[in-house]
Design a protein around this ligand. Sequence first.
Ligand code: UT7
Length: 332
Amino acid sequence: MRGIKILGTGTYMPDTVASNDWFSTILDTNDEWIYSRTGIRERRISEDKPNWYMAVEAANAAIKDSGIDPAEIDLVLAATCSPDYFYPALSCIVQNRTGASGAAAFDINSACTGFINALDTASRFLEDSDYRNVLIVASERLAPHCDYTDRSASILFGDGAGAAVITRNDKPMWSYLSAKGDFFSALWCKVDHSRSNCPLLKPDALPEGLLDTEAKTHTLQMNGKAVYKFAVDAMETAVHKVLERSGLGMEDIDLYIPHQANARIIESAVKALGLPQDKVYVNLEKHGNTSSACIPTCLAELRQAGKIQDGMTVCLVGFGAGLTSGAIVFNQ
Ligand code: UT7
């Protein structure tokens, strides 16, 4: 049996608020356009705290909330697409700073679908009796990767971290994971190799479909319309597929937690699926899109408000660069 139970959750949000009005001081945009097209009013930007710092804060909060000893954590998974270091893995820094010294650790990068893929991975480890508890942390510092001259992309993203400690449950869970590499060029951020001092290096060959320039290297590039279209369809498909696997109906789900990319994407998918709006949790007005951190941040907020209780059936659904998508249904 592959069930999971959330023992604790935690979150970290940087202090600095970047409001829509602030964006209107640096770009040709305004609160009315941003809010009506995205549902976002503000997001946080980490001015000086690195990604690992945010991840560790969220992870320690989740461990405290779980009530377990860090020594009882057997695996640390970090989901991120904006690490501070190529290596070591973010999860190794988290392992060090949380005292989970007996745990294995590795990272998962599937951008905004990161927490879904990490939770699915964790559940498969927990099927093995050697693994008692898994710490999952999803943390993103996207500000250094965003192009703040690009008004259609930079206004969407925020920094932050969310974490969860999970253990085995004797109730079932189901998942559906997908990747459509055909669409990799819809959302990408290229590593900057231009600072190498190797005299033999020439400019990188790029996969067909990517048009790189020096200005674009190391900044997030997005075809907003293509991602939007994919996202609505991916959310619908992932929910249908996971429910089909579970044998449950839409009405059997107590709570839906979608990836927080754009309120219009969520509304369109919710309408197409025929979900009751009051079962769908949305918090992007305050945080924007924090990529992999969106879903665990929602989980932490709901848990803190006492809205996730034992016995509830929860559906998580996400999508992101890759283009990847997936959904998980679990019974808490
Ligand atoms: O985790 C996944 C991450 N990515 C996403 O979820 C992105 C999904 N896509 C979207 O959310 C939307 O496509 C955007 C919010 C990026 C753009 O919204 P849209 O309704 O698709 O706008 P558009 O691209 O069709 O642009 C409409 C107009 C354009 O002006 P013209 O050409 O009609 O004169 C844009 O230049 O809106 C303009 N525009 C803006 N105007 C004011 C684009 N961004 C802005 C802005 N402020 N921030």
